[in-house]
Design a protein around this ligand. Structure first.
Ligand code: MN
Length: 244
């Protein structure tokens, strides 16, 4: 299956997560939170052709790491995946929005200059600002909004702008999350664990937990497991081909 947003490098034993994904044939987008982490994280999955490492600068720490944007630019041509990036307008992070925006704009600009990328984007409590910013960089590539938790209206705007979505365990726990998933075009939905940040029954979510997400999606879409899997695999194949 597919885990389009997993922080492999943040588990206590990253190698075990890679072996587990390999054993079950799971395609994983291994997202990073700082440019400094990319080279080492990318090396972890050397020889594993179902794992790709995205270059990221997480909005929750962007204000402390603006000096890593130069490194971001040095590494950007090494990968077609960028994430985790974006904006976070939660009360405790709101004060850093100008710095977050500076980082996000820089990243979108670098991505445009290097032919466009596939993004895994964080947009918590900053959905409109993320969409406004994406709209200013139309050549940046394909945005995948991870763990989208905005309003239905914001979701519709994201859909109209061509965004994709990665759906995780936390979204499927709430009625509001499920109702957002229902509104997403089926052919632009991917799955994510967001482990180890997201927990399932008090343990870190794993790439293998995307099997549970697939079951939930089948229920929401009123399709069989087989039909659901086919849709997800088709979408995954489509977005990979959108690579530059
Ligand atoms: Mn994450």
């Amino acid at each position: 299956m597919i885990d389009f947003h997993c922080h492999i490098d943040l588990y206590p034993e990253p190698k075990k997560i890679i072996e587990l994904s390999d054993k079950f044939g799971i395609y994983v987008l291994s997202v990073t939170t700082t440019p400094k982490a990319w080279t080492k994280t990318n090396a972890l999955s050397k020889g594993k052709n179902r794992i790709r490492t995205a270059l990221g600068l997480h909005p929750q720490i962007a204000h402390e790491r603006l000096n890593e944007l130069a490194l971001f630019d040095l590494l950007i041509s090494e990968t077609k995946y960028v994430g985790e990036v974006g904006l976070d307008g939660s009360p405790e992070l709101k004060q850093h929005l100008p710095a977050q925006l500076q980082a996000f704009e820089h990243i979108l600009n670098s991505s445009s200059r290097t032919g466009g990328k596939i993004f895994s984007i964080h947009s918590r409590k900053a959905e409109d600002l993320v969409l406004d910013t994406l709209a200013r960089f139309p050549d940046a590539g394909v945005p995948v909004l991870h763990w989208f938790s905005g309003t239905k209206k914001q979701l519709q705007r994201a859909i109209d702008m061509g965004c994709w979505f990665s759906v995780g365990p936390a979204m499927l726990r709430s009625m509001s999350g499920k109702s957002l998933v229902q509104q997403m075009p089926k052919d632009r939905v991917l799955m994510e664990s967001d482990g180890p940040f997201v927990k399932i029954s008090n343990r870190a979510a794993l790439p293998t937990d995307t099997e549970l997400i697939k079951k939930e999606l089948a229920l929401i879409w009123a399709l069989t497991a087989k039909e659901t899997e086919q849709i997800l695999l088709n979408s995954f194949s489509t977005i990979c081909k959108l690579g530059y």
